[in-house]
Write a protein that binds this ligand. Structure first.
Ligand code: PEP
Length: 252
């Protein structure tokens, strides 16, 4: 089991309006968050300044949902790691399955992104996970290990101090089909073992492994009892203030 502090992230994805973000921030600010949990929320870029101005920063850190793979410049539509640092955004989510699948991000590209973001001082939530086909053909762990290896090949053991791993089975994301606590625990334990063998035992014990995929206010408690589940990355339910607060407070 890991020794790190429970950590919950809210991935707002490509959702929201000025009005809905205002309401969500209000609901989050009204929530009581346990002292022993780290929380980040990842609004769409266009809303970040507004969320930074209004959201209680003692309870919630800000994350970006993506950043560019190298120094900014002639990359239309992209946002660079330097810009995030300059804008006081401490976290970035990288390797989300939607970007891997829909934007063609390979594991090697994600590895380069993680390396560059870390080199600029960002903290990274690294998403990994298998598709339904891969699970059904028994390749879950191979897929997760290969995605981790592509990152580990280009960063140092010390760099992992600033990485949180989010295990997000693709078949569970946005589907309402949550992994069972045992399914999630098995993969988390495998990831931690991989870290012990391929990074270091010290990193393996410290690294925090979030589960993501249809987590909600009703299923978080049981998942959180599992010893290698160190928190959650939440999509849909992070848009509902009180549900997200409940999930944040589900550490056992
Ligand atoms: C996600 O996109 O990171 C996610 C876990 O989404 P959802 O909670 O909606 O399944």
């Amino acid at each position: 089991a890991g020794t790190g502090k429970f950590i919950v992230g809210g991935n707002w994805k490509c959702n929201g309006t000025a009005a809905s973000v205002k309401d969500l921030v209000k609901a989050l600010n009204a929530g009581k968050i346990d002292a022993d949990v780290d929380v980040y929320v990842a609004p769409p870029f266009v809303f970040i300044p507004r969320v930074q101005a209004e959201l209680n920063s003692e309870k919630y850190a800000i994350a970006a949902q993506n950043c560019w793979v190298s120094e900014g410049g002639a990359f239309t539509g992209e946002v660079s790691a330097e810009m995030l640092v300059d804008a006081n955004i401490p976290w970035v989510i990288l390797g989300h399955s939607e970007r891997r699948a829909l934007c063609g991000e390979t594991s090697e590209f994600v590895g380069e992104k993680v390396k560059y973001a870390l080199s600029k001082g960002l903290k990274v939530a690294l998403c990994i996970g298998e598709t339904l086909d891969q699970r059904e053909s028994g390749k879950t762990m191979d897929v997760c290990y290969a995605q981790l290896k592509a990152v580990n090949d280009v960063i140092t053991a010390a760099d992992w101090d600033n990485v949180v791993i989010a295990y997000e089975p693709v078949w569970a994301i946005g589907t309402g089909k949550v992994a069972t606590p045992d399914q999630a625990q098995d993969v988390h334990a495998g990831i931690r073992k991989w870290c012990a063998s391929n990074i270091s035992p010290e990193v393996a014990s410290k690294i925090r492994i979030q589960y993501g995929g249809s987590v909600n206010a009703s299923n978080c408690d049981e998942l959180a009892t599992k010893e290698d589940i160190d928190g959650f990355l939440v999509g849909g339910a992070s848009l509902i203030g009180d549900a997200f607060v409940t999930i944040c407070n589900s550490a056992k």
